[in-house]
Write a protein of this length. Structure first.
Length: 629
């Protein structure tokens, strides 16, 4: 009861201070409030030093000095600037509550408080949350900044010593995913103008990334230091933005590639550590340094050279990015953005395709491969090798039916419906590229240096070289893997089958490098660079198959002045209009049937042509088929 009475009294004083600074009715009242705030800070600090170290001198000296010099400053404060008051107010608020937490800990235990002891206790958390709620309730903020602050406020109670560890990180992850979707949707809604929300959102994402980094550090080292630092920074940022408002600097992420990269990269760091934290929570990774190392996908090498350090780095990054809980977390986040994009589409077939894409990620990428009854034998099941060679197991006679069957199934679908069955539906890439925010980044296909080199459907010499080189490399590796499994040759890389290593590096690491490099390479660089050997196979089959884009009226394309179809293409096929006018259709090796062009055409003039239309032509007639499309 004593602690409760003291905490309640302190809380009442702090709420008064928050009210005066937020309302700012007069300079004198704000000065007095700041003086009281400083007094609370020195009282908490002095009392803590007295209780923890039994030195009354510190208590008397600190408070006596402040009573004199602080009062002198108030009496002589005729003018005070908000730019000075706001950081002082914010710093004193957090520091005062920190030493209050330290004081209560020492009163309860009789021992000095560490950094973690001071803030990771119910008294600090309860008082601080109450002040944060009050500050927001009396503020005049609205719109995006208020929503950002609410999302951070929801994260603040989840301290590991206040709640069970698993509850803390599940709750934090869920809230953070929702907040990330909110941030991306806010930026997307403002994509045509420079906005203060852009840099404000980036600041919040930095705090999120630090929180998840702190969670990872805890599971590896059992230290809360980084996590608790992130919580203190979060509270500091919260109070500062309450009184100061949004970051005054304006930015537009689709016109500034460095800013765009900062947002994507910071988000990815948060997602990486969130995935690893969920892996620890769910038991995929074992806690502690030795436990974590033993949970990784590749053999751990003692760091003794550049090669061993590089190998171990690849092992850590790839093990997290290839884990099922990272994929689940990314699927939930990106799935929301993709669903929002689906609601904006007009063409029914595109809505169906987006729905299939979201469903395929959940069922094909996650459930069937990791949780379904067939997951233990997935390497033997045709159709389950989602990225072709190297996905599930070393090449051996026992798995050839499943592997070859996968190529036959996807190859057949690509011939009949185009490579969109993979590159627009069942691969993980379209889900991550097709959400509202990330889809808007397709402007970099036209403005980035690399993106400009990949425009149009032309297959450049370097593109053919990459495609051929990667394909030959993968084929040779598959042969080596098969010969090794058959006992004919003995060739692995540090005991790892070569095809498994290729997949591990190619899709669990390098693909994400392409993903975060969107501002410099454009969207779907996996398609435009020839990087993805599995996608290339399906694109090659599609290029000789039935799929293409057709138009109903060539004259409509001749008079079109906006060329929305080409501008909407996420792959950068800017020459489709010329092909429509000349041939009445468009067919390209790079076209993966995302359908942005179909949806963007203001005249409803473009439609997909595949085996369905081919059959209709055979049995119904060409003219009627065009009318039905």
């Amino acid at each position: 009861m004593l602690f409760l009475g003291i905490a309640s009294s302190m809380l009442a004083v702090m709420l008064y201070v928050v009210y005066e600074v937020e309302k700012w009715k007069s300079v004198k009242r704000v000065s007095i409030a700041l003086y009281i705030l400083g007094m609370m800070f020195t009282m908490n600090l002095g009392a803590y030093l007295y209780v923890a170290y039994h030195q009354s001198f510190y208590f008397l000296a600190i408070n006596g000095a402040y009573m004199f010099f602080g009062l002198l400053a108030v009496l002589n404060s005729n003018e005070i600037k908000k730019q000075i008051v706001f950081p002082i107010f914010t710093s004193l608020m957090v520091a005062s509550e920190y030493f209050m937490g330290a004081l209560f800990y020492s009163l309860a235990t009789g021992a000095p408080a560490s950094f973690t002891d001071s803030i990771d206790n119910p008294w600090f958390v309860g008082v601080m949350i109450s002040e944060m709620v009050f500050a927001l309730s009396i503020s005049k903020l609205n719109g995006s900044l208020k929503r950002f602050l609410i999302s951070l406020l929801l994260l603040m109670p989840w301290f590991p010593r206040v709640f069970p560890i698993n509850v803390v990180f599940w709750a934090s992850s869920a809230i953070m995913i929702g907040a990330t979707v909110l941030i991306y949707e806010t930026l997307y809604a403002q994509r045509l103008k420079a906005s203060q929300d852009t840099y404000t959102a980036l600041e919040l994402m930095v705090i999120f990334a630090l929180m998840m980094t702190g969670g990872f550090v805890y599971f590896v080292t059992r230290s809360f230091i980084i996590y608790n630092i992130s919580m203190i920074l979060g509270m500091t940022w919260y109070f500062y933005r309450i009184v100061a408002g949004s970051n005054p600097k304006k930015g537009n992420y689709i016109k500034d590639p460095k800013l765009s990269f900062s947002i994507i990269f910071t988000t990815f760091i948060m997602e990486f550590f969130m995935g690893s934290v969920l892996d620890f929570v769910m038991g995929t990774f074992s806690p502690g340094i030795s436990g974590f190392i033993s949970s990784l996908s590749l053999p751990w090498l003692t760091p003794s050279s550049f090669i061993s350090v590089l190998w171990d780095g690849i092992d850590i990054v790839g093990s997290v990015l290839g884990s099922v809980w990272f994929l689940i977390m990314m699927g939930v986040e990106m799935g929301f953005l993709a669903f929002k994009k689906m609601t904006e589409m007009h063409v029914r077939e595109n809505k169906v395709r987006m729905g299939l894409m979201i469903s395929a990620y959940a069922l094909y990428t996650i459930y069937l491969s990791s949780f379904s009854p067939i997951s233990p034998i997935a390497q033997y099941v045709p159709g389950m090798w989602s990225m072709g060679i190297g996905t599930l197991a070393p090449i051996s006679g026992a798995v050839l039916i499943g592997l070859i069957g996968t190529y036959v199934i996807f190859g057949g679908l690509s011939f009949l419906f185009g490579s969109r069955n993979l590159c627009a539906v069942s691969c993980t890439a379209p889900l991550m590229y097709q959400g509202t925010f990330y889809d808007s980044l397709k402007v970099y296909n036209r403005t980035s240096r690399f993106g400009r080199k990949t425009l149009t459907s032309k297959l450049s010499g370097w593109f053919k070289f990459v495609v051929l080189g990667v394909s030959v490399f993968v084929l040779i590796s598959a042969i080596i893997s098969y010969l090794h499994s058959a006992g004919i040759v003995a060739l692995t890389v540090y005991g790892v089958d070569i095809t498994l290593l290729i997949y591990f590096i190619w899709f669990d690491i390098l693909w994400y490098v392409l993903f975060v490099s969107i501002p410099f390479m454009g969207t779907f660089a996996c398609v435009t660079s020839g990087y993805c050997y599995w996608g290339t196979f399906n694109q090659a089959v599609s290029s000789v198959g039935l799929f293409r884009l057709k138009i109903r009226d060539p004259n409509q394309c001749i008079t079109c002045k906006t060329v929305d179809c080409a501008n909407a293409c996420p792959v950068g096929l800017t020459d489709m209009r010329a092909s429509f006018i000349k041939k009445g259709e468009f067919k390209s090796f790079k076209c993966v049937g995302l359908g942005e062009c179909v949806d963007a055409c203001p005249y409803n003039n473009i439609f997909f042509y595949d085996v369905r239309h081919w059959l209709k032509e055979k049995f119904i007639g060409k003219k009627r088929n065009n009318n039905l499309s």
